[in-house]
Design a protein around this ligand. Structure first.
Ligand SMILES: Cc1cc2nc3c(=O)[nH]c(=O)nc-3n(C[C@H](O)[C@H](O)[C@H](O)COP(=O)(O)O)c2cc1C
Length: 353
């Protein structure tokens, strides 16, 4: 295990302080030796320099997105926004976790602390905060406009129960608001807790279908990605793929695997009222790869044409290649990129060789 360099999101500061003062580490100045790719790729009918980037989360606002674009992350997702302001959970929001071996998908108990060592795995617990659209819309527009040739900013959003007449309507409203910023690709985050049930929305297939169709109705002419959690079996995801053929342009997966982070005394490390948290980083790469392989196999079987964005535990060029070989059309890294701002350059260097 090695100690890490300064991350561009400071886990010891609140979400609000990161938003105001970040990004940190190398992201607060221009890269010293940028690396360009010597060939481009197609992603969703767009020509992209390298189909690699940062998924929804660590890029809080235009300042973060601009830094990521400058560091060669060619697909940057602006952190999930909502139709009305929503407060972040208090600190801690990000803790290092130390699973013994591979994390399972069955709510493991894991030691969590502030000892951030590589290969890094973390728990993140924010509650998907958002500012009001009058704040995030102009900021997202600025981020979208900062993309150079072959780079794209993706707008991530989610509906909030109670903000509109139904959750489906609120997802559609959020999609319209994101579309107004000029974002060329939309991503609906469905891996957030469902209303009433302690279950993720993406596991409620009937609702996902209604949500996706409402969004497509509201914004028919932009590619729509759905952000999904880990599904353990083909049969769990097959009906969703069948019912959304032609509606959804692609699936971005995975989000996090849930676990119980505890401190050295065995107490909930995120606080008594937050016993569980989402785990991301190295410990979940197996699950991201498993989902990508499953989607790729089902895509072939169904003769569908959706794109797959592979997410989970990517922190090296070989992880990027592994996801591409598994069938991912694009790959993204949140945790790995947070602690290694040069990750996109390293992948480009490896591919150019
Ligand atoms: C700090 C942080 C904040 C996140 N916030 C969001 C979010 O707002 N919306 C979302 O869809 N996923 C969010 N995620 C999940 C990531 O997009 C990604 O799916 C997950 O971290 C797995 O990738 P990784 O192993 O590369 O970190 C967040 C992740 C991190 C680390």
């Amino acid at each position: 295990m090695q100690n890490t360099t300064a991350p561009f999101y400071d886990p010891l500061l609140s979400y609000e302080d990161n938003y105001e003062q970040g990004p940190f580490g190398a992201f607060d100045h221009s890269p010293e030796s940028p690396v360009k790719t010597n060939h481009t790729s197609q992603f969703l009918d767009l020509e992209v320099n390298l189909p690699f980037g940062i998924p929804a989360g660590p890029l809080l606002n235009a300042k973060f997105v601009k830094a990521a674009l400058a560091y060669g992350f060619d697909l940057c997702v602006y952190k999930t926004v909502r139709t009305k302001a929503y407060k972040s959970h208090p600190l801690p929001n990000v803790l290092s976790i130390h699973p013994k071996g591979k994390l399972s998908a069955n709510l493991d108990t894991v030691l969590a602390d502030k000892n951030y060592t590589t290969p890094i795995s973390i728990t993140n617990s924010f509650g998907v905060p958002s500012f009001n659209p009058d704040i995030w819309q102009p900021d997202m527009t600025e981020a979208v406009n900062a993309a150079a040739k072959g780079q794209y900013v993706i707008g991530s959003f989610q509906g909030t129960p109670g903000n509109s007449s139904s959750i489906e309507q609120d997802y559609a409203l959020a999609a319209r608001l994101v579309n107004e910023t000029g974002a060329p690709i939309l991503e609906a985050n469905l891996s957030c807790p469902n209303e009433g049930a302690n279950k993720l929305l993406c596991f409620d297939f009937a609702k996902v279908e209604r949500v996706a169709k409402e969004i497509k109705n509201a914004v028919p002419d932009k590619p729509l990605l759905l952000k999904l959690a880990y599904f353990a079996n083909d049969s769990d995801i097959l009906p969703l793929l069948q019912n959304l053929d032609g509606v959804v342009a692609g699936y971005s997966t995975i989000n996090t695997l849930s676990a119980y982070p505890v401190d050295e005394q065995g107490q909930p490390a995120l606080g008594q009222n937050r016993p569980s948290g989402g785990v991301c980083g190295d410990a979940i790469r197996w699950a991201g790869l498993d989902m990508v392989r499953r989607l790729s196999r089902l895509r072939q079987k169904l003769h569908h044409h959706f794109s797959i964005v592979g997410v989970g535990g990517v922190s090296s060029a070989s992880h990027y290649q592994e996801y591409r070989a598994a069938g991912a059309d694009a790959v993204m890294s949140a945790t790995g990129a947070m602690w290694n701002p040069n990750l996109a350059f390293e992948i480009k260097q490896a591919i150019n060789r």
